[in-house]
Write a protein that binds this ligand. Structure first.
Ligand SMILES: [Mg+2]
Length: 188
């Protein structure tokens, strides 16, 4: 039997909408949308003197509990899972407060098990060091994650990667994809 290809899929801003945006808005009482950002770090909006307080309140509400999917993600993953060996490859580390990250693992794990029950929890990889993961295809919105030798690299179009030029993508062998419908056209 032919071995199925390994498909690694990022989670934040690829499968589900931005959790950081939701938490920053709740903490600051603001109504920012993704259109207000063109850089990755949405929590740069938190004044440095308020960062400790921000992380103290980070888990007041389960961060992923009611977080919406990006359009078409769930349906696409269900189809892709029949053809590929799907792994979720996602960081659970709060960059500005790594030691506060523990509950993020639980929250993300629970969200995946509840909302994507067709995926195998044994194939959830929680790491920021995605370059150590091997596979055939990687779908991710964060350009810096495309460092490994994975042959097919698909950059999920997102607020913070729009400035990247076609030349920059080409130099790293990366193709931009405009949502889950586009991904299905390429991979199914
Ligand atoms: Mg991401």
């Amino acid at each position: 039997m032919e071995q199925r290809k390994k498909l690694l899929v990022d989670f934040d801003d690829t499968i589900c909408e931005s959790v950081t945006l939701t938490i920053v808005n709740r903490f600051l009482g603001t109504n920012y949308t993704l259109q207000d950002f063109d850089d990755y770090m949405i929590d740069d909006k938190i004044p440095p003197e308020k960062l400790n307080e921000y992380f103290e309140h980070y888990f007041d509400v389960d961060p992923y509990e009611n977080l919406p999917f990006i359009e078409g993600a769930k349906e696409a993953l269900e189809k892709l899972n029949k053809k590929y060996d799907v792994y979720i490859c996602s960081s659970c580390i709060l960059t500005k407060s790594p030691a506060s990250s523990a509950k993020l693992f639980t929250s993300k794990f629970n969200y995946l098990v509840k909302n994507l029950p067709f995926l195998d929890p044994a194939k959830f990889i929680f790491t920021s060091s995605k370059d150590v993961c091997c596979g055939d295809i990687l779908i991710d919105d964060y350009f810096h994650n495309f460092k490994s030798n994975i042959p097919t690299k698909l950059l999920f179009d997102s607020y913070h990667n729009k400035k990247l030029t076609e030349e920059e993508l080409k130099a790293r062998g990366v193709q931009r994809v405009m949502g889950w419908k586009h991904i299905c056209e390429i991979l199914l």
